[in-house]
Each structure stands twice: as C-alpha cells, then as structure tokens.
Design a protein around this ligand. Structure first.
Ligand code: SF4
Ligand code: SF4
Length: 393
C-alpha cells in the first residue's frame, strides 16, 4: 500500500455519514478512554488523524475499525464533539463498500433513493415470481402454503439464492483479507493461518469482544438477534423441505405442528430473539438512548425495518395458519417473502449483515499478524539475549 494524501477523503466519507471529524484537536481523551488503545496505537485518535490528513490507503489496510464495538465512551468524553465512536462506524461503512467489488454497497450506503429503489425492485421481483410461479391450485379448504408454493420448489430457489449470496460475501471477504494483509498475504505460512482459526470461530459465534464492554446490554441484544436469525435461516433456507422428510417443514403445511414440537419451539425462540432485539434497537434509536443510537444512518433504519417486517409478517402467517384462514395465509406469505428476500439479498453481501463476517475476519487477521511478527522477531530477541562472549563460549 502506498501512503498518498487524498484531499477528497473527508468529502468522500461525508457521503457515508461523517460529520464531525474535523473538530478533533487531538487532546487524546478518546485514546485514554478506549480499551483498544495501546502505547504504540493511539486508538481511535489515529484514525481521526488519518481522515484529516487524507490517508485513504492507511484506512483501507487497517483492521482496527472492526475491533471497535461502538461502546461510545470515547464520544461521551470528547470535549470537542468530534464523535470518534461514530467516526469508527462511518469507517466500517466505508470499508464495507471498499471490499465490495460490485460497487453496489457504495451506492447503497451513499444514496437513500438508490437504497429505497433497490428494496422496492427486489420486493417487486419477488412478488412477480410468486404470482407467476405457483401451482395454480391453492387449497381453499385449509391454510396449506405447500399447495400453492411447494416446499421442494421454494427450497431450490432458496439454495440458489444462498449460493449467489455466499459467493458475493466470500469474494468480498477475500478482498477484505487482501486489504488487511497487504504484502504479508503470501508471506505468512499457512500453518499460522490455521493455528489462529479458533479466533475466527470464537469471535464469529460469540462476538465476545462486545461482551467485554462495560455495558453488556448491546451484547445480549446482538446475541438474541444473531441466534434468532441463524435459527430461522437454518429452518427456512437449509431445512425448508425437511431434507426430504415430513418432520421438518417450518410454517408450511396443514395442520400446524403440536405446541411442543421442536420446530415450533425453535420458531418461537427465533421470533422472540429478533423481535426483542430489533424493538430494543428501534426504540433506542428513536430515544437516542446510547451513543451508538444517536446517529442513525438510513441503512440502519432500513435494516431494522426489513428485519422487523419479516418477523411481524412471519407471526401473522403463524396466526392465520392457526385459525386456518387460507386466503390470509397466502397473502401474508407473499408479503413476508417480499420483505425477507430484499433483507437477505441486499443486507448479507452489501451492508449490515456483512459486518458479521468482516468483524471476526478482521479480529482473526490481527491474531495472524501478531503471531507472524512474534515468530519473525523471536530469533532476533534470542540473538540480543545471548551476549557476544556467551556466543563465543
Ligand atoms: S477526544 Fe475528541 S478532540 Fe480529543 S483526540 Fe479524541 S476525537 Fe479528538
Ligand atoms: S466506541 Fe468504544 S471501542 Fe470504539 S473507539 Fe470509542 S471507546 Fe473505543
């Protein structure tokens, strides 16, 4: 990476929501507050400095913005109102768009009208697909979604979509690795990448760094949303057709499963987790109850609205199926899909859900680099520790 000065950087970051970085007078309060700061890494002040100096390449090659979980303590202590916590959030949006080779993420983050049109177009296409591709013979006696859109067909569409989204997310993640590792990418032995994999798994599954913040509530909320989402994703994408069996079809046939069926209980857990988490975040953003909720970007709202619309319509489908109302069930199912698919297609590879991949990846790469440098400097330290006389002896 070169170290060019880019005078357009600040203006560019303003399109991602940057407001106050130029107010920073480098007093160092934020660095004193932030637990990520070390004597040789004055975080987050160093990044505010990069922005002021137009050092785009330094930002692009950094993993640190992903280490910040936006506890907001730095912003609360900033005497100049420069809001360094929000600045780190802006950098994460910017990095997400920089990793995305399609350019879609950049458009999504920098234009509210593009975001709205993208959601409307995907929702419209889903509606048309449901209108044109169905059996044409709905069961009007009972609320049976399978009679109109068979689980086997929907599952094939789900798996094709999951394949495309995985390709986009993985290729963007590879660019994230290239940016962060830079020249080290080919130099670090595979053995070191493998030895640090546990960090990728632990941080991906638990987000435990967020749990280290003084206020643990955001961590609980994240865990509820994440586990709820993962549960329902497994049931409606991977296991929708029950792997060919009759026992695993979520929200599909008639009658509904008995109350204590594990599929039904898993659905209730997922619904509770996502509803609680998204309602907490929406109310927090409305009340601006914590630093992370004070500055809401349009994409934050879109993410929460789509996720909650997906969940609410899912609950309504469940109620319509319980009272055995066929027309209501089929109509709600169509609306549900028109909210769920844009949320997946737009958020997984290009926006908020992509953070779930980049953050643990960055934490993992930090450990890979640390291990590499530790091994590279070990012989030098040994050489320093052994005096010339000892060496001759
Ligand atoms: S506390 Fe505010 S003014 Fe001081 S270094 Fe941090 S961002 Fe700059
Ligand atoms: S929000 Fe918290 S973790 Fe992030 S830079 Fe500020 S003090 Fe550090």
């Amino acid at each position: 990476m070169t170290n060019k000065i880019d005078p357009k950087l600040m203006r560019d970051l303003e399109r991602f929501g940057l407001k106050d970085a130029c107010k920073c007078a480098h007093c160092g309060n934020c660095t004193a507050m932030c637990h990520l700061s070390t004597p040789d890494n004055p975080f987050p002040r160093r990044f505010v400095r990069y922005i002021q100096l137009g050092q785009r390449d330094k930002i692009l090659s950094s993993a640190e913005p992903w280490l910040c979980y936006y506890c907001g303590e730095c912003s609360e202590r900033c005497p100049r109102g420069a809001d360094p916590g929000e600045t780190m959030m802006v950098l994460r949006r910017y990095l997400t768009s920089a990793y995305d080779w399609t350019g879609f993420s950049r458009r999504f983050y920098t234009s509210e009208s593009f975001e709205l049109v993208a959601v409307a177009v995907v929702a419209g296409l889903v509606g048309l697909a449901l209108w044109f591709f169905n059996t044409g013979h709905p069961n009007w006696e009972h609320a049976d979604v399978n009679s109109l859109w068979p689980a086997a067909s929907v599952e094939i569409a789900d798996l094709v979509m999951a394949g495309i989204l995985s390709f986009l997310l993985l290729s963007n993640s590879y660019r994230c690795v290239k940016f962060i590792m830079g020249d080290l990418l080919g130099k670090v032995p595979l053995r070191i990448y493998a030895s640090q994999l546990k960090h990728l798994v632990i941080h991906g599954a638990t987000q435990k760094r967020l749990g280290e913040c003084k206020d643990r509530m955001p961590w609980y909320v994240h865990l509820l949303i994440m586990t709820g989402y993962a549960t329902v994703f497994l049931m409606v994408v991977v296991l929708l057709n029950g792997l060919g069996s009759e026992g695993w079809k979520f929200q599909r046939g008639w009658p509904e499963y008995p109350l204590w069926n594990p599929i039904r209980l898993a659905g209730y857990y997922a619904t509770f987790g996502i509803m609680y988490g998204t309602t907490y975040a929406i109310l927090g953003r409305l009340k601006k109850s914590r630093p992370a909720y004070k500055n809401s970007h349009a994409t934050d709202w879109m993410f929460l609205i789509l996720l909650q619309a997906t969940t609410v319509t899912g609950i309504l489908i469940h109620v319509a199926r319980l009272v055995d109302w066929p027309a209501g069930t089929y109509g709600l199912y169509a609306v549900h899909m028109m909210a769920a698919i844009p949320m997946l297609v737009l958020e997984v590879p290009f926006a908020k859900w992509a953070h779930l991949a980049y953050r643990p990846l960055a934490l993992y790469l930090v450990e890979v680099k640390r291990q590499y440098h530790a091994e590279a400097s070990a012989p030098e330290q040994t050489a320093v520790a052994v005096s010339p006389e000892q060496g001759r002896a």
